[in-house]
Design a protein around this ligand. Structure first.
Ligand code: NDP
Ligand code: GDR
Length: 350
């Protein structure tokens, strides 16, 4: 009897982990093991549709607990280990730097050690980030760009990149870390800027429709530029990366960059709300805090709150994924506009 292959996915309750589980259940006959960490109340909203699938099994473990990772790898003996678990919020990484490093860098050692001991033939993917490049030297960035992180999160991911390389070269493991730019979806966590915007717009739209007062959306640096894509396109790219004949690392990005400001404008527009940027108060005072996005009828839709500025910002990200397009034939399908539309429509329905 031919045994079905086994894929272990950490971070399966998150955005990418849940899309990866969906994608593999649909496109392979493999058994999917999703690792979840213990919580006092479960947060299975992204995977609730998978809980009755007999090819999908949950295992309890935590990237901060080496015993749990070791036991899971020993028990499952996965053919693929896709590590999508992380403290993934850059903004929080200044408040919880040790925990961020513990999960995002030390956690990767725990995965690699378990693989080395129990499943050395297993193909390992670790989730790398454009935040590793940070204060960029040139645009668009490619796989050769130096690592120049600007946050504890970016530094932890950069450390993980070196660790993956060291284990690959020392133990001949198939271990890679993709270099992925921002990717979003209706499953995006609510503190990330895109989802924060679309959630707030849904709340504001309801208030405008029913004619009651509302608090505006509050953001930090709206001039930051990001290269945004849809998470569904990226999980396919990760899987293709893992299935090459030799372990090579690729950059995945849309190749377009947009400001947060532009995301705000388009998202309001797709919700049927027209706004414009104006400076309030003293006309000579063009401090960011004095700029608002408002309706012609006067309601303020969005304002700046300096609380959401970061101690150090990554101002511009723009990725060149031509290597992935050439070698992997990876072709992302969902445009920036369609991504925003889908996110807005989803939040308007909720
Ligand atoms: P999410 O924040 O949506 O998901 C993170 C997942 O990690 C959640 O399932 C979370 O579990 C889990 N997790 C957190 N800490 C631990 C821990 N100590 N042990 C086990 N599991 C843990 O992230 P995304 O899906 O957006 O991102 C996936 C990966 O890709 C992350 O590594 C992220 O840093 C990286 N990345 C993401 C990009 C993006 O734009 N989305 C771009 C580049 C890289 P719980 O539900 O319990 O909190
Ligand atoms: P990022 O995503 O830091 O790029 O990391 P995030 O959506 O948090 O921020 C994007 C940009 O928007 C600016 N911004 C705000 N951000 C948030 N969250 N909240 C605000 O109110 C706000 N106002 C302005 C930020 O300053 C930033 O410039 C994401 C994560 O998914 C990482 O895990 C991943 O590695 C990188 O993308 C690539």
């Amino acid at each position: 009897m031919i045994m079905s292959k086994k894929v272990l996915i950490t971070g399966v309750t998150g955005q990418d982990g849940s899309y990866m589980a969906d994608f593999l259940l649909e496109s392979t006959n493999y058994e999917i093991y999703g690792m979840v960490r213990r919580a006092s109340t479960n947060n299975y909203h992204n995977i609730k549709h998978l809980l009755n699938n007999n090819r999908f099994k949950l295992m309890t473990g935590d990237l901060t607990d080496s015993q749990s990772i070791d036991n899971i790898v020993k028990e499952v003996l996965p053919d693929y280990f896709i590590n999508l678990a992380a403290q993934s919020f850059v903004g929080a990484s200044w408040q919880i730097p040790e925990q961020t490093f513990e999960i995002d860098a030390m956690g990767v050692i725990r995965c690699l050690e378990a693989i080395r001991k129990h499943a050395p033939k297993c193909r390992f993917y670790n989730a790398g980030s454009s935040e590793e490049l940070g204060n960029v030297d040139y645009s668009p960035q490619d796989e050769n760009h130096p690592l120049k992180p600007r946050s504890p999160y970016g530094a932890a991911k950069a450390a993980a990149r070196h660790l993956v390389k060291v284990y690959r070269e020392s133990y001949d493991l198939f271990a890679i870390q993709g270099l992925l730019y921002n990717h979003e979806s209706p499953r995006r966590g609510e503190e990330f800027v895109t989802r924060k915007i679309t959630k707030a717009i849904a709340r504001i739209k309801k208030a405008l429709d029913y004619g009651y007062e509302f608090e505006p959306l509050e953001l930090g640096n709206i001039d930051a530029k990001r290269d945004w894509s849809h998470a569904k396109d990226f999980v396919q790219g990760i899987w293709t990366m893992l299935n090459q004949s030799s372990p090579k690392e690729y950059l995945l990005a849309s190749g377009e960059t947009h400001t947060v400001r532009e995301f705000v404008e388009k998202a309001f527009l797709y919700a049927g709300i027209k706004g414009r940027w104006v400076f309030t108060g003293d006309l000579n005072n063009t401090l960011p805090e004095n700029e608002v996005f408002k309706k012609d009828s006067g309601e303020i839709l969005m304002k700046i709150n300096s609380v959401f500025y970061r101690p150090a910002e990554v101002d511009l990200l723009l990725g060149d994924s031509s290597k992935a397009k050439n070698d992997l034939k990876w072709n992302p399908k969902i445009t920036f506009e369609n991504l925003i539309k889908e996110m807005v429509e989803n939040d308007l329905k909720m």
